[in-house]
Ligand binder design. Structure first.
Ligand code: SF4
Ligand code: SF4
Length: 362
């Protein structure tokens, strides 16, 4: 396992982290515990969950897993999050989290999912920072962190306020261009940096030929290569992988254990290739869901990915018809209210894409 400093905190964290958002059997407690033990035995010491992953069931599974890690004296750091911003709501939230997780403190506590800078200003005005600082003074949390789906310039602006010790955001071989500006502030303030969604919610493993350019070593698979692309970034402390099964744990540990350093020149070449090929991919995060016209936006945007990946509308329409079983005419219901674009983590021109789909179906 490779270990990296989490900013200035003095904590040394594993280059791969355990993400608790993709358990295939979250209610099978023994399996979840086994996965966490397997990860810790392989050297993973960063474990991340959230109060709304599978309802509260991911945190509950983590509670059982962490108890077993302590019993076996396997070291770990715990990360979780809250959407709340006023002190009394944060207190209620963290009380429940500490109970579910079976711990007396959280190492990395995140102000969760800043969607835009106005949202950040609103949460600050509600007192979120003061509340977090009190929790830290009381020893209930160790470090004040933030997670965000902003684009890189905005994350940079957020972090330049220098009130956080670390940051979590989505970053991978296909969407790095929208986020890499954040590294300016991370370097300037020596912050911890955790990246999530390194495999694009399955997009990379499901298109191994298209992403083969990320490979830098003999006989490596595209998943290992996509993770190693992240390890090559010196600013990234932890690459968080949402593990579904024990096999996923083993694969990620093998990726880090077999990592051979990638030169800056090679990294730049991979980025140049990806920028030319994959700008504007939808990651399937579903933050845009909830359209007032009930348009299934994530499915339509997934289909649009096929056009970006294969360069033709036929792939898009086939995906809609055979994979999703959705008539392309659904896209015509859009009234351009803008709600989905406001929520989109990748800042995509969703309404423009819907129009293209309507035209393509013509
Ligand atoms: S802009 Fe269109 S697709 Fe997006 S939420 Fe509004 S109606 Fe739905
Ligand atoms: S359109 Fe944007 S918000 Fe919706 S699933 Fe894709 S990346 Fe996520």
């Amino acid at each position: 396992m490779i270990y990296r400093n989490y900013g200035k905190t003095g904590k040394s964290v594993s280059a791969v982290g355990f993400g608790g958002m993709r358990f295939e059997s979250v209610d099978d407690r023994d399996t979840c515990v086994d996965m966490m033990v397997r990860a810790a035995e392989g050297g993973i010491n960063y474990f991340d969950t959230a109060p709304k992953y599978f309802g509260t069931r991911s945190e509950e599974a983590f509670g059982a897993g962490l108890a077993e890690l302590r019993r076996r004296q396997l070291p770990y750091y715990l990360s979780t999050k809250t959407f709340e911003s006023d002190e009394s709501a944060i207190r209620r939230e963290i009380d429940g989290q500490l109970t579910r997780l079976g711990v007396d403190h959280i190492d990395f506590y995140h102000i969760w999912c800043i969607t835009n800078l106005d949202n950040w200003r609103e949460r600050k005005a509600n007192g979120v920072l003061d509340a977090f600082r009190k929790l830290k003074d009381e020893g209930l949390i160790r470090h004040i962190c933030v997670s965000s789906h902003l684009i890189g310039d905005q994350i940079n602006e957020l972090l330049m306020e220098n009130v956080f010790e670390g940051v979590l955001f989505g970053y991978s071989a296909y969407n790095f261009a929208t986020r890499q500006k954040a590294f300016d502030a991370i370097r300037a303030h020596d912050l911890g940096c955790v990246v999530m969604n390194p495999l694009g919610g399955g997009l990379i493993p499901n298109n191994p030929d298209l992403f083969s350019f990320v490979k830098t070593q003999e006989n490596e698979g595209v998943v290992e290569a996509a993770l190693r692309f992240l390890f090559a970034h010196r600013e990234i402390s932890v690459s968080l992988v949402g593990f579904g099964t024990s096999d996923h744990v083993d694969q990620a540990i093998a990726a880090v254990d077999g990592y051979q350093p990638i030169s800056e020149a090679k990294l730049d070449a991979i980025k140049a290739r990806a920028s030319a090929s994959f700008d504007g991919i939808c990651t399937g995060c579903q933050y845009c869901d909830g359209c007032p016209e009930e348009i299934p936006i994530p499915k339509l945007m997934d289909a649009y990915n096929q056009k970006l990946l294969h360069g033709d509308y036929e792939s898009l329409l086939n995906r809609l018809k055979w994979h999703w079983n959705i008539p392309a005419e659904e896209a015509a219901k859009c009234i351009e209210c803008g709600q989905c674009e406001e929520a989109c983590t990748q800042h995509l021109d969703i309404t423009g894409r819907l129009k293209e789909i309507v035209q393509a179906a013509g």
